[in-house]
Ligand binder design. Structure first.
Ligand SMILES: [Zn+2]
Length: 220
C-alpha cells in the first residue's frame, strides 16, 4: 500500500477507536496501517510498539472476562455467607488487572506514536501519545482523555506529508537566461560613416550623405 492509503486507513482507524463498540475494528485498521508506515519509514518500532499495545489491551479484556466467569462460578458454588466477600475480592482484582494492562498498552502505544512523530515530523502524535498515557493513569475521567488522544492521532495521520508534496515544494532550477542581443543591433544607437564621418542610424546599410556602404561597426 502507498503512504497515502496507509495514512488514510490509520486516520479512519483512529477515529473508529474513539467510538465505543467500533474500537476493536478501529485498532485493527490502525495496526494494519502502522505495519505499512513501519515499512515506509524503515522503522520496525512503529508497528512493534503498536502491536504490544494492542496485545496488552486484548490480554486485559480477556482477563476481565475470565475474572467475571470466575465470579459467576464462584458465587454459584461457595456458601452464601462467603459469596459476597469473594465477589467483592474478584471485582477489585478485575479492576486492578484491567488498569495495569490498560496502562501497559498505553505505554506501548505512546512509544509507537513517539517514533512516528520523529519519523513524520508531526508533533500531533507525541501529544496524542502523552494524552493517551495520562488517560490510562487517571481512572474513569481518563476515558475522555483517551477519546481526545485518538482523535488527535487521527488528525496526525491525515496530516502526514506525502513525498509528492515535498518534491513539488522544491522549486526546479530557473531556465538559463537567453544570451543578450549583440550591441550592434540595438536601435536608436548611432554609427559614423567611415568615408565622410556622417552620423547614421545603427541599422543603416548605406551612408545617408555619401551613399557608400556602411561596414556596420559601431563608433560612438
Ligand atoms: Zn558617408
Amino acid at each position: 500500500m502507498s503512504l497515502e492509503s496507509n495514512k488514510t486507513l490509520a486516520g479512519i482507524g483512529a477515529i473508529l477507536v474513539a467510538i465505543p463498540f467500533l474500537n476493536l475494528i478501529g485498532i485493527i485498521l490502525v495496526l494494519i496501517a502502522m505495519n505499512g508506515l513501519a515499512d515506509y519509514y524503515h522503522e520496525d518500532g512503529i508497528f512493534r510498539n503498536a502491536l504490544y499495545g494492542f496485545i496488552f489491551g486484548i490480554i486485559g479484556a480477556v482477563a476481565i472476562i475470565i475474572v467475571i466467569m470466575m465470579l459467576v462460578i464462584g458465587v454459584a458454588f461457595v456458601s452464601p455467607v462467603a459469596a459476597p466477600f469473594i465477589g467483592i475480592g474478584l471485582f477489585i482484582v478485575s479492576l486492578i488487572v484491567m488498569y495495569i494492562f490498560s496502562l501497559l498498552g498505553a505505554i506501548f502505544y505512546r512509544n509507537s506514536f513517539n517514533i512516528l512523530s520523529q519519523k513524520t515530523g508531526e508533533g500531533m502524535f507525541e501529544t496524542a501519545g502523552l494524552i493517551l498515557l495520562i488517560g490510562a493513569i487517571i481512572p474513569i475521567i481518563g476515558e475522555v482523555l483517551k477519546f481526545i488522544a485518538w482523535i488527535l492521532a487521527a488528525v496526525g495521520f491525515f496530516s502526514i506529508k506525502t513525498p509528492t508534496t515535498q518534491v513539488s515544494a522544491v522549486a526546479p532550477p530557473p531556465p538559463p537566461q537567453p544570451p543578450s542581443a549583440p550591441p550592434v543591433a540595438v536601435p536608436g544607437e548611432k554609427k559614423y560613416c567611415q568615408y565622410c564621418g556622417t552620423e547614421n542610424k545603427i541599422e543603416a546599410l548605406f551612408c545617408q550623405k555619401c551613399g557608400k556602404q556602411m561596414i556596420g561597426q559601431k563608433e560612438t
